[in-house]
Ligand binder design. Structure first.
Ligand SMILES: [Zn+2]
Length: 170
């Protein structure tokens, strides 16, 4: 397994809708293992494949960051199929380090996906899990959390982020 470099804001791969995975082959299994290690090393609670430069519909979430077995969800071709309610909490992203901003998300979501064994699954998530599910599936569609911000908050954050990314500080 290997810790992969995380692609930062400004990279084109973060803005491109990722391709569905047709075959869960050895290369995909290796990518999954490397991404798990990368997410834990960061440390982060979620990671999408395009954040390590691979434009494939694969993402993972572990709210315990590897501390509690059974909390790692590896999701291939995930899709949010139901949304309920609303929540507002601070959100960050490994591809936009050192920034957080309040983002409105559904309170509860249902996601459909395929696990690494090829089994189709459905799961409901609420609170932080719902937020992570939305954030990571957004990544696979080329959307970043900053896209959900409006007005002054968005301008302020993007100005700082653009300055940092141009200066090569990342
Ligand atoms: Zn992110």
């Amino acid at each position: 397994m290997a810790v992969l470099p995380i692609v930062k804001y400004g990279a084109e791969v973060l803005r491109k809708p990722a391709e569905p995975i047709v075959d869960i082959d050895e290369a995909v299994q290796k990518l999954i293992d490397d991404m798990v290690e990368t997410m834990y090393a960061a440390p982060g609670i979620g990671l999408a494949a395009n954040q390590v430069g691979v434009s494939k519909r694969l993402m993972m979430i572990d709210l315990s960051v590897g501390k509690r077995p059974g909390e790692l969800h590896i999701c291939i071709n995930p899709e949010i199929v139901e949304r309920e309610g609303e929540q507002q909490e601070d959100e960050g992203c490994l591809s936009i380090p050192d920034f957080t901003e309040t983002v409105t998300r559904p309170a509860r979501v249902k996601m459909r996906y395929v696990d690494r064994n090829g089994t189709e699954r459905e799961m409901w998530g609420e609170e932080l899990m719902a937020r992570a599910m939305c954030h990571e599936t957004d990544h696979l569609n080329g959307t970043l959390y900053v896209d959900h911000l409006r007005g002054f908050k968005r301008d302020r954050l993007l100005k700082k982020v653009t300055k940092l990314s141009k200066s090569g500080m990342w």
